[in-house]
Write a protein that binds this ligand. Sequence first.
Ligand SMILES: Nc1ncnc2c1ncn2[C@@H]1O[C@H](COP(=O)(O)OP(=O)(O)OP(=O)(O)O)[C@@H](O)[C@H]1O
Length: 607
Amino acid sequence: METLEFQAEARQLLQLMIHSIYSNKDIFLRELISNASDALDKLRLAVLQDGVEGDTGDLRIELEADAEARTLTVRDNGIGMTRDEVVELIGTIARSGTAELLRRLKDAKGDTDLIGQFGVGFYSTFMVADKVTLVTRKAGTEGHGTRWESAGEGTFTIDDAPDAPVGTAVTVHLRPADEEDALFDYTADRKIREIVKRYSDFIAFPIRMGDETLNSMKALWARPRSEVSDDEYHQFYKHISHDWVDPLETINLKAEGTFEYEALLFIPSQAPYDLFQRDARRGLQLYVKRVFIMDDSKELIPDYLRFVKGVVDAADLSLNVSREILQQDRQIQLIRRRLVKKVLSTIKDLRANEPEKYATFWREFGRALKEGLLNDPDNQKAILDVATFASTAGADPTTLSDYIARMKEGQDAIYYLTGDSRTQVENSPHMEAFQAQGREVLILTDPVDEIWVEAVPDYEGHKLQSIARGDVDLPNPETETPGDFAPLVDYLKETLAAQVKDVRLSHRLTTSAACLVSDTDDMAPALEKMYRAMGQEPPRVKRILELNPSHPLVEGLRAAHERQPDDPTLPDTAELLHGTALLAEGGDLDDPARFAKLLADRLARTI
Ligand SMILES: Nc1ncnc2c1ncn2[C@@H]1O[C@H](COP(=O)(O)OP(=O)(O)OP(=O)(O)O)[C@@H](O)[C@H]1O
């Protein structure tokens, strides 16, 4: 028997383990099972590719608990290790950067997140053990096996193990349970099952305890789609999402090459109740080589796709990768980018080939998806490609490209109008001339519409243009304006100076007397309202009052002002004109009671 010293950095790491700075001690079993699973993978590959002699007929992981002896053994019949490998692999930490991380770990005492930056693997057993024994024998080699043992305190012993079977058995001599310190009784049947189910259910090899296999072994994402039934996918979806309805769509993804990962994603059929609540759970499950790493990994999918559920299984990440690391990891960013593209292209396919499913998707998640127009500039175009909008052209929503295909000659902009409801938008005075000329206008009624339209300059070269803003570029109907409106316009500008920044004659009205429009670069009123609702105080934006010169009220007002510019009832009429314009577009009056009184007095005089 030989006694050897751990390499300096390994010793440091072991100290950290023994003093157990990592709060979740359960993971030691996950690590051992993961190592065992790797060893089984390696044996399978060695036999297959290198012609190593070995039995791959019954690759398995066995768990054996002995409550009396207080031991838990994890045994595999995988590749095993030679004596030299044991010394090399278990006695040292080969990974680069570990020394630097250890230094930082020491400085940041108790910072448990840092430890997630490197795989602690086998050493994590020392969080729960006062002694660990490893007995192993390498597949395809002559000679005997090796027995390694350590209490984690600086040294380990190495010895021959003549009778060791091929594979590796790690026996953890457990410290007394101390539940307050999250040190559980790891010989307890229930605890073992719980950990296996939670972290290792999808390990591709059977994890057995006695005659029983504890894991389902179904790594669905790793199996070719043609071999997995819809029902299996749906069960899996329900398991991870806690949804009870089948998903709308299942998405498989596999990346090979330098950076390997697999993903299995689902688009649900219905939005969760908390889709628009900030504290809702979101994100994907992250696996590393079939080993469950974490739930709700927000780094894998952007917020606007938060309704997507599923699993990403990456081959090259550390098992102990922390959320902090995920945020900075370049590989994770690449995965995320790819997932976004895949989800968007799936939606595009739905739209092209399965209109009913697409309609369901858009009804449930369109509002969330549109947030991406603001938050994901790179995919703005792709999102607009799959988006549909209500329109004056018909009851069915339209895509932007269909809209463009229907544009009238000479029309360059994509017209839209925002509002609270379809009815309100359709009946808004701003619509009149557009309707009269048969020009299609998009009807945008989601709160997020007010915001993204500001962020999207154009679609395929066509500007998005609010018909309640700026001047309209409609061809002028060649009607002579009756009479001279300049004095009235000047009068109203002065009288309504507190309410509006300008007064002018309109080309967009056919039936209404007046309407309010925003100046080209001013904030839309709904947006202003939204900011106020969020507790902010944006500067009050005054709008422009546009008059319809052919309306009897406006013409009458002109005549009345011409007759007697100091008529004492004129200011009230001006105020009523402004108020009705505001009401017609669904706006809020500053002083509704005053408006009602003015109106009632005026009506009383006409009866
Ligand atoms: N059951 C096993 N069978 C064969 N080799 C093993 C076994 N367990 C550990 N090893 C070897 O010991 C090495 C070190 O294991 P350890 O758990 O410390 O780190 P790792 O598995 O490489 O990294 P990580 O756990 O972060 O993925 C492994 O890479 C593997 O070569």
